[in-house]
Design a protein around this ligand. Sequence first.
Ligand code: AMP
Length: 452
Amino acid sequence: MSFSDLGLAEELVRAVAEAGYTSPTPIQTQAIPAILAGGDLLAGAQTGTGKTAGFALPILQRLMAVRRPASPAPRALVLTPTRELAAQVEESIRIYGKYAGLRSVAIFGGVGIHPQIATLKRGVDILVATPGRLLDHQQQHTVDLSKIEILVLDEADRMLDMGFIKDIKRILSLLPKARQNLLFSATFSDEIRALADGLLNHPAMIQVARRNSTVEIIAQKVHPVDRDRKRELLTALIRANDWVQVLVFTRTKHGANRLAEQLTKDGISALAIHGNKSQGARTRALAEFKANQLQVLVATDIAARGIDIDQLPHVVNFDLPNVAEDYVHRIGRTGRAGATGEAISLVCVDEFGLLRDIERVIGRVLEQDVIPGFEPDLSIRPEPIQRSRGAPPPRSTGHAKNGNARAREPRGQAVASGQRGTEARRNGPPARGPRTGASSAEGRRGSGNRGG
Ligand code: AMP
């Protein structure tokens, strides 16, 4: 199967070939013909499956088929939950639309509104936006949504997680009634189904493998280590293996800052991105990291959402996430679209309960590998995991509002790989520890990384 077999125009096929794509991914094979046919679509697909090209290519083609002079009233609207995702989706549209002769723009909060107003005035065909900033433009009458022909809700589950439902409904009320609607979501909670029921008209339905199956190609390893020696171990691993482009996750913004500073002192170039950093600082850090000028990017879970870097080789969990499903999102940053990657977790005695939760979610026991010189001191007593100020109340796996859908999904392979893991675990300390009731420190809502 090739991109031209899917009915795509030569201009688009040429652009994807130049982007290095040789054949469509499963979501693209299914979504492209469905969208070209003009109907609504409900797609279950996560970041990393190639979903952006899955909707961007057929949208470009549909707009190319009936050309209109670019005007301040865009013809296609893509809503995304985060600023980073908006920027990345628009960048992808520009790459795929290199020869399409259409104009696109991303508008999101955290940066000045005036350059966006000027760009909109010059005329735009495809608008990629976060809900908050789009409504700001609407209130200032600097965007006209009355000519939208195609609407995409990208990562709809995350938009609801982040509390955007009211904004989305307000935006929907501003759009023309006759339009094509495409909804992409990684999970399907009752809330998403209700949104889809109200929005979509006899949609085609597509479901591609969730990332848990991509997870199979990612080498995952746990290094047991003492709480106070994690930074030393990380530095040693980076130096010994000459790692470049290492994405490191911490639980808190403060932890991210401190770790980036310490690594810098160790002579390893590192920057932190999280909700308290300005949009400019985050964009700069990400650009340096992508360009391989920065060895380590330290991120909190929310700040890392939507980061899309091809074939990121190393993801390190400096702290395990409090919500087990976040582990899957974190390690999905490596091993994108078929590339292999390595995910490493530095786990101290406080985190064994969290590790067990993660192993339950991914359906396998992770291999433990004690690094010589960093053997954990088994006399150290576990401590409860700290919550940072302003964090929401504890969110337990399986009872969270939108976590239900994830928690219900199949676990797979638990028995077979569990045996392998038991052997591996003999090398490490026993997986005992207190269960902590701590919650995501950066929170699900109201983070600085909201679309704004
Ligand atoms: P997405 O799920 O849209 O975030 O895409 C994940 C990654 O896969 C991006 O880095 C894309 O550049 C890449 N990608 C998308 N489609 C293809 C394809 N057909 N072949 C190879 N890589 C792709």
